[in-house]
Unconditional design. Structure first.
Length: 66
């Protein structure tokens, strides 16, 4: 996927994301929306492990799973 397509997807998702996050009564997310999308794209494209994605984004499994 090219960078331009990722940016277009991010712009579309941000509109819905902002309205849903404001209604959420939990702690804030530790990763930004763009980082979460990148992690999802990386996983679905290459099927790397959760531990590897956590290492890339500076989050260990125990920090973002529970």
């Amino acid at each position: 996927m090219k960078v331009g397509k990722c940016r277009r997807i991010l712009k579309k998702v941000q509109i819905v994301w902002k309205s849903k996050v404001l209604k959420r009564a939990r702690r804030p997310y530790k990763l930004s929306l763009s980082d979460m999308m990148l992690a999802s794209f990386l996983y679905y494209r290459s099927y790397v492990t959760q531990e590897f994605i956590g290492y890339l984004f500076g989050r260990f499994t125990s920090m973002w799973v529970y």
